[in-house]
Each structure stands twice: as C-alpha cells, then as structure tokens.
Design a protein. Structure first.
Lengths: 414, 82
C-alpha cells in the first residue's frame, strides 16, 4: 500500500467582524477583541425582534470587488471570494493544472439576503421586476461556484451543508479530495451573511440568541455562568489545502498539517445536541485516529462553544471524557466569544485559528469569562493568549451543527 | 413623460456600465452587446429588467434577440414608450 498523502495548509484568508483579512483577524483575536456591535437600524423596534446586535463584518466588502461582481453575488459569496483571493495570494498564487484544483466552500444557510430581497421585489413590484441573477445568487453552492470560476478550479466545486458545522465539513471534504487523488490543491472554507431581520428573528425565536442588548461586546461568553445564548455573526474564512508533495515541489510556505478529519451524526434531535456528547466524542476520536495522534499529543482545542447554556457544557464534558487525564494539559479556547457565531463560516474561521495557533504556538483567549461555569473541567484560556509547547503538537477544532452534525479536525505542526 | 433618444442612451449606458463593468462612454449606439461589451445572456436579461423599470416599457423576450447593438435597444425603447 502506498503511504497516504499528507495535506498541508499553505494559505489563509478571512473577512470577519474582527478584521478585513486573516492577519488582522488573528491579531484582534490574540488581543481579545470583540466583533459584536449594536446594529445601526430600527429592526428591533420595527419588527419587535428582541436582539439588536450582531458581530458584523468590518469594512466594506464592495470596495474589494468590481461593480458587476457586487451585483452578481450575494454577500455570502462576496465575503468568500474576497477571503479566497487573499488566501490564494498568501499561498503564493500556486501554478496548477486547473483540473487538479478544487473548490469546497460552504454556507450553512445560502444566499438568504438575495432570497428575501427577491420575495420583497415579487410582492411589491411583480414578476417582471425579478432579476435573472436571483437564482445564481441565492443558491447555497454560489460561493463555491464563484470561487471555482474565479480560480478556474475544475477538479470539482462542492458545497457541503451541515448548518454550523458546514465550514469545517468543507475543509474535511477538501482533505478527502486530495487524499483520494482527485486534486492537488483545494480552496476550502465557509461563509455566511445573515444580517437581515428575518434570520435574526428566526434564531431569536429558537431561543438560542443572547439578549444582552445593553452590552454587545460582553454578550458572547462561552463557559461563563451568565451566558445566555450566542451572538449572530457573519463573514468568511478560507484555507488553501495542498498535498505535501505539491507544496514541497513549489517550495511553498507551510503553516501546518491538516492531519485528521472526524465526522459523526447524533441522530438524536433536530436542534438539541445529544446530552452525553456521544456523537461529539466519536467525531473527535475518529479525527485523532485518522491523524494517528494520541490524546497526549493534543495541546489545544478550539471548541465549538457558542455560549449557550446547554451546548457549551455538553462539549466540555465530551472533551474531558475522551481525553480523560490528558485533558489537564489542553488549552481550551472558545473564539466565538470574540467573533460571534459565523454559522456556516464558523468551522472554517476556527480551523484558520487552530492552524495559526499551531504555527505560532499561541492559543487565542476566550473573553468575557468573568465567572467560569463551576462544571467546566478543562483548562480554559481566559483573557490573554496562552503559549503552546514547542516540539510536536496537535490541536483539535470542533464544529457542531443543528441537525446533529459533528465535525472534528486535527491540525499538527510540520 | 417620454424620454428622448439621447436620454434613453444615457440611461441605458448607466445600466450597462453597472452590469458589465465597462465605462459608460463605451456604451455607444454602434456597440454590439455581445462582441463589444461582453454581455452574456444572463447580463442581457438583467439589463432588460432594469431598462423596463427605468423607462417604464415592456420588452418581450422574443424582441430581445433582435437587439444586438446599443442603438437597436435605444430605438426600441424610444419607440415602445411613445
């Protein structure tokens, strides 16, 4: 049997509530900044929505795109294309046969702003005023398709959908494409753009959002006793995945290895995670097995931890259960405390953070944890970043989604 | 109120420039939508939708295929609103 191809990360790109690119996003995360802010509109008042804040992207994405690009892409695709162009440049604009280049970019919800704008147009002005670009803008594979067009990626363009696990699942699928020999390089990640009253009201109706309107920056507080729900976010993150051989042949700078992918489904409830975290444990265990990494080697976990009462502790207990005594030396980070919850973009942004954590040996902090939940039994990185040990290390990024989708990715140093 | 051909040309040039990324100055009567302005069928239908809205005219799909240049479209719109 031929040895399996290693997959490495050679480029990073992001467009988030913390920064307009990956370096500024990472620096803001290390500094413990919050991307949550009060929405400058009257949605809460007009529609009676109990939440008036979100972690909105900084900067104007349209300044980074041409007019026709802006008009033809939903914001979810706009964020993804901008992040992909950054990641591609960061990877040194690889020379590659188009048939060996893939694109796997997910959105959890799709072009919902386009969908809702289209419905408004139809109701208010009739079918003759519907734009022919509506369908290619609202379809959830649109970010992936536009990135495939932009980079001439012909090995396959995919958009896996698993709610808030979508971005991580996309990266996992990209790894599989390279291992299966279907591509040498894959542009992979996730994106979301849902800052519109309908999705905000819908999440509020599911009672999953924080209602801390008077202090948005303190609202996302995973593992704090006073957590009261997640903060809706938006943005995109993209990584360039590459076979180790391809990266070596072109002398690429390598951040880290994407060493393991683990997937499972709870098959328990459409929104609630299975209380014992069995599915989460299986996903983490299979990712470690896939990477050939032992529990002892894991020094950092970027938790899914969204700041909900129930979800945070199920995951923390699952980590303690799987790692047992080895969990004592895990630096646990919940970066949604800073970025808000990017839904389909979250798993990609947190993978980017995990890659940077391994490359720079810095675990980003969890902010707003004034009083840690007494049940939390894994060492939490609070307030300021934690140094990670030198030598060979591994880190895990967890992403879980409504529907019971569990994805764990293992990142190791090179 | 009817638009003059000059006004239709100026308004159409604005729509085409937005959609195609070409400068409005390139949208001259002799310009072919496909050959000179790189307008594909999706873009053309988008332009027609905006033009119908702006000039308050109806341009049926079967007539769109006959509009190969900017001048054709200007003449059609000017006539249709009369």
């Amino acid at each position: 049997m031929t040895p399996r191809t290693d997959v490495v990360v050679t480029g990073l790109g992001a467009f988030t509530s913390l920064g307009e690119d990956a370096p500024s996003t990472w620096q803001a995360a290390l500094a413990g900044a919050s991307g949550a802010r009060t929405l400058e509109n009257d949605w809460a008042e007009t529609y009676g929505i109990p939440v008036n804040f979100a972690a909105t992207v900084v900067g104007d994405v349209t300044e980074r795109l041409t007019r026709p690009e802006t008009k033809r892409m939903d914001p979810s695709a706009q964020y993804a294309v901008v992040a992909a162009r950054e990641a591609w440049a960061d990877a040194g604009t690889p020379e590659i046969d188009p048939e060996r280049l893939g694109a796997v970019v997910s959105s959890g919800i799709g072009g919902i702003i386009t969908t809702l704008d289209g419905w408004d147009t139809l109701r208010e002005r009739g079918a003759r005023r519907m734009l022919p670009t509506t369908v290619p803008m609202l379809m959830p594979n649109s970010p992936s398709a536009y990135i495939s067009l932009d980079f001439n990626a012909q090995a396959g363009a995919h958009a896996l959908v698993s709610a808030c696990a979508s971005g991580a699942e996309a990266i996992g699928y990209g790894v599989d494409m390279i291992r299966a020999g279907r591509a040498d390089v894959v542009i992979a990640g996730g994106t979301e753009a849902v800052i519109h009253p309908m999705p905000i009201a819908s999440f509020a109706a599911s009672r999953t959002l924080s209602l801390r309107n008077d202090d948005p920056a303190a609202a996302s507080r995973p593992y704090d006793v006073d957590r009261d729900g997640f903060v809706i976010g938006e943005g995109a993150a993209i990584v360039i995945l590459e076979s180790a051989e391809h990266a070596a042949a072109r002398g690429a700078r390598v951040y880290a290895k994407l060493a393991g992918v683990g997937l499972s489904a709870d098959a328990y409830h459409i929104t609630s995670p299975e209380p014992e975290g069995r599915g989460q444990i299986r996903a983490m265990r299979s990712a470690l097995d896939d990477a050939g990494v032992t529990a002892r080697e894991v020094v950092h976990v970027n938790a899914h931890a969204t700041s909900t009462k129930v979800g945070d502790m199920i995951e923390a207990r699952a980590i303690r259960h799987l790692f047992a005594s080895e969990a004592d030396h895990i630096a646990l980070s919940a970066t949604k405390s800073m970025t808000g919850h990017l839904l389909g973009g979250a798993g990609a942004l947190e993978t980017l953070f995990t890659v940077k954590a391994v490359a720079d040996r810095k675990a980003p902090p969890t902010i707003n944890v004034d009083n840690p939940d007494p049940e939390l039994d894994v060492p939490l990185v609070r307030g300021t970043p934690a140094d990670l040990p030198s030598g060979d290390v591994a880190a895990v990024n967890n992403s879980f989604g409504f529907g019971g989708h569990n994805v764990a990715l293992v990142v190791t140093n090179v | 109120m009817a638009y003059t051909e000059e006004e239709v040309l100026a308004g159409l040039a604005e729509i085409v420039a937005e959609e195609s990324g070409q400068p409005a100055s390139a949208v001259v009567p002799s310009a072919s939508f496909t050959d000179d302005l790189d307008i594909d069928s999706l873009s053309m239908m988008t332009i027609i939708t905006h033009a119908e809205d702006k000039f308050d005219v109806r341009i049926p799909d079967e007539d769109v295929k006959n509009l190969s240049t900017v001048g054709d479209a200007v003449a059609y719109i000017a006539k249709a609103q009369a």
